[in-house]
Design a protein. Structure first.
Length: 261
């Protein structure tokens, strides 16, 4: 780790020790030389989707500041409400005077605004580009809504099993288990969720894999997905991002895996 990065982390640690509720860190490397006006302000909540934006900034060396109340989820949410009351979601970013939500859109936008952003997507002429786009949007468009619906059903009903999603009690439709199966079948034959190379689609899908682990899916149905997640979690940028966005770890925020049916 460079001396610049050591100083930035020391500054963040010192702020916390002095009792400042907000934890903040700036990306190092090439980002330190960028203009101040191009710093991305990330309103973050520990253990939430905003971790994706921190990770992307670390991958690309984008200058950023992550603002959150360390160990205080409600406090972090209230910080977001103060600047984006109409849609207090994590992530919310402020960049060049514009406020944005939606992690997938934020990732794609920042990639388009900084040099090197194209390294986190296949070339548009590549056959992998279609897969990359699909998984970028599948993460929230199909996966999160179906897994979230199942999580709500389990929480409200007190059950501890994944059930088929039925329509009218007769027709089985695409549900949470189908999401897991679809991701598992793809990653069985592809090293990444965008084809042959790591991309921002993997940043999007890593949160989905974590969501899956917190639910009572049978781990035997997603061994390759688990292997892929362990692999991408070893990336230096991911490890740096976790030190910034989850300085105390995430175990206290994540439900413990439940026994599979």
């Amino acid at each position: 780790m460079s001396n610049d990065r050591d100083r930035e982390f020391s500054r963040r640690t010192a702020l916390g020790a002095l009792g400042f509720g907000t934890a903040a860190a700036l990306a190092a490397g090439s980002a330190m030389a960028a203009k101040t006006k191009d710093k991305v302000t990330i309103y973050h909540v520990e253990g939430r989707r905003s971790q994706r934006v921190i990770w992307l900034c670390e991958e690309l060396g984008i200058p950023y500041e992550a603002l959150f109340k360390r160990g205080d989820i409600l406090g972090s949410i209230n910080q977001i409400k103060a600047i984006n009351p109409a849609m207090a979601l994590a992530p919310t970013i402020v960049f060049r005077g514009k406020t944005m939500v939606e992690s997938g859109a934020i990732l794609e936008y920042l990639m388009s605004q900084f040099p090197g952003g194209d390294k986190l997507a296949p070339r548009k002429s590549s056959p992998d580009y279609a897969d990359y786009l699909m998984w970028m949007h599948f993460a929230e468009g199909s996966a999160a809504c179906r897994i979230g619906a199942e999580a709500t059903r389990i929480m409200n009903g007190g059950e501890k099993v994944i059930k088929p999603t039925m329509m009218g009690g007769v027709f089985r439709i695409m549900g949470a288990q189908e999401v897991v199966d679809y991701a598992e079948n793809y990653i069985k034959v592809n090293p990444y969720f965008g084809g042959q190379t790591f991309s921002s689609a993997d940043i999007m899908m890593e949160f989905v894999a974590t969501y899956i682990k917190s639910m009572p899916f049978d781990p035997a149905t997603y061994p390759k997905l688990a292997e892929w997640q362990a692999k991408v979690q070893q990336r230096p940028a991911y490890l740096r991002a976790m030190k910034v966005g989850a300085p105390d770890g995430l175990d206290k925020y994540r439900p413990k895996p439940k026994p599979a049916a």
